[in-house]
Design a protein around this ligand. Structure first.
Ligand code: SF4
Length: 366
C-alpha cells in the first residue's frame, strides 16, 4: 500500500563542495605532481595489453591508443599517491575494468569505502557517493573527478524537507535511499539501497514507513511487503524514461527474450520485466540464469560491464545514459591524481549525524 506526498517542485541545491574556511586544500597538503606523458608507446602497449583483453568487445582496437596512455598513467599515479578508485557499475568500461580497484553498486562501494587501505579515495561515481565515502572515512581525502556529477534523486529533497516530514508524520521512521545528500542522511533514521530496501523497511517492525526520495523504488518496495509506504516524489531521470510499451515491443520481436529491470523504473516497466533488482542483483541474475538473449533496462554502461563478465548471452541494450555519471572520464581521473581535485568535504557536524544512518544500514548486514 502506498501514499504519495507531492513535493513543491524539485529542489535543486547548488552543487557546491562544503569547504572549511582557512583549511589547506588537498593540493596544498599533498602537492601537485607533473602531468605524465600520454604518448602511445610500445611500453604503454605492453603494460596495458592484459587490460585491453577485458574490454576489446566494447572498445575498438583503433581507439585503444587513446585510452591506454591514460590508463597506465592513472595506475602508476595511484600507487604513488596511495589512492584507490571506487567505481560504480555505471562507469564506462575503460574505467570499470582498467583503473578501478573496487567496483559495485552503492551499497558495495559504501562498504568497501570503510575497508579502503589508502590515504586517498577517488570516487568514480556521482557526488552523493563521494559524500558517503567521506562520511564513512572522515580521515581520508576523498576526491571526485567532476564535482558537477549530481543526481536527479539527490537533488529532489533537502534536509529541511525531512524535518517537515517528521512534523507531518510524527513517530513514523524515515528511510532514505543512499542517493541523497549528506544533509538528508543526517536527518533520517537509516539509509537503504535498491539491494536491501525491502529488508531495511521491514527492520523497524512497524506498519508504516516513510521512504525518500524515489517514488518508483518506494512503489516497488510497497509491492514486496505488507508495510505501508509513504513516498516522496523524486525520480531517476535515466530510469523513468523507459516505458512498458518499449519492453512489449522487444517481446513482440522475440517472445523468448529475457528482460530485467532496475526498481528505479516506472511500474509499467517493472510489470513487463521478468526480474527486477538492484545492479548487483541483476548481475547475479544474469550469471545464474545465463539467458540466451537479454534486455537490460538500466543505464547503458551497466549493460556493457555485465556483457564483459557473461559469456554466451546476447545483450540487447536499450541505451539511456546517465549524464551525471558520464561526467567522470579517464582524463578527469588523471587530473584528480595530478592536481588533487576536487576535494569533497562534509561539514563535520552533518557528517557525525549522517554516519549513523549509513552505519545502521551496514550493521543490518542484509
Ligand atoms: S542513474 Fe539516476 S539515480 Fe543514478 S546517478 Fe544518474 S540520475 Fe542519479
Amino acid at each position: 500500500m502506498q501514499e504519495m506526498i507531492s513535493a513543491d517542485g524539485i529542489h535543486v541545491p547548488a552543487a557546491v563542495l562544503a569547504r572549511g574556511t582557512g583549511a589547506m586544500t588537498a593540493a596544498e597538503r599533498y602537492g601537485v605532481l607533473p602531468m605524465p606523458s600520454l604518448a602511445w608507446t610500445p611500453e604503454v602497449e605492453a603494460a596495458t595489453a592484459h587490460l585491453y583483453a577485458k574490454v576489446s568487445h566494447v572498445i575498438p582496437a583503433i581507439e585503444w591508443p587513446f585510452y591506454a596512455p591514460y590508463i597506465k598513467a592513472i595506475n602508476d599515479l595511484k600507487k604513488q599517491r596511495n589512492a584507490v578508485i571506487l567505481a560504480h557499475n555505471y562507469m564506462t568500461p575503460e574505467i570499470y575494468h582498467c583503473v578501478a580497484d573496487v567496483v559495485g553498486d552503492s551499497l558495495q562501494l559504501a562498504k568497501e569505502a570503510t575497508r579502503a587501505d589508502a590515504d586517498i579515495i577517488i570516487q568514480g561515481g556521482v557526488h552523493f557517493m563521494a559524500e558517503t565515502s567521506k562520511i564513512l572515512n572522515p580521515d581520508k581525502t576523498v576526491l571526485i573527478p567532476d564535482s558537477r556529477a549530481g543526481c536527479s534523486l539527490a537533488a529532489s529533497i533537502t534536509g529541511d524537507d525531512i524535518k517537515l516530514l517528521r512534523r507531518r508524520y510524527p513517530g513514523v521512521p524515515i528511510v532514505a535511499y543512499v542517493n541523497t545528500s549528506a544533509d538528508v542522511k543526517a536527518e533520517v533514521d537509516i539509509c537503504c539501497t535498491s539491494s536491501n530496501a525491502v529488508k531495511v523497511v521491514e527492520s523497524f517492525g512497524v506498519d508504516r514507513v516513510i521512504m525518500v526520495p524515489d517514488q518508483y523504488l518506494a512503489r516497488w518496495v510497497a509491492s514486496q511487503t505488507k508495510i505501508r509506504i509513504i513516498a516522496w516524489k523524486g525520480a531517476c531521470e535515466v530510469h523513468e524514461r523507459f516505458t512498458g510499451d518499449e519492453l512489449n515491443r522487444y517481446r513482440l520481436d522475440d517472445p523468448s527474450v529475457s528482460i530485467i529491470a532496475h526498481p528505479e523504473c516506472p511500474p509499467d516497466v517493472i510489470a513487463a520485466a521478468d526480474f527486477t533488482g538492484s545492479t548487483a542483483h541483476m548481475i547475479k541474475w544474469v550469471k545464474d540464469h545465463k539467458p540466451k538473449r537479454l534486455v537490460m533496462i538500466t543505464e547503458c554502461s551497466m549493460a556493457d560491464n555485465v556483457a564483459s563478465e557473461v559469456q554466451g548471452t546476447e545483450m540487447i541494450r536499450p541505451c539511456n545514459l546517465c549524464p551525471h555519471m558520464k561526467r567522470i572520464s579517464l582524463p578527469k581521473i588523471l587530473d584528480s591524481l595530478v592536481y588533487m581535485k576536487d576535494e569533497v568535504v562534509v561539514d563535520p557536524a552533518v557528517a557525525a549525524r549522517a554516519v549513523g544512518s549509513v552505519q545502521r544500514m551496514i550493521d543490518l548486514k542484509i
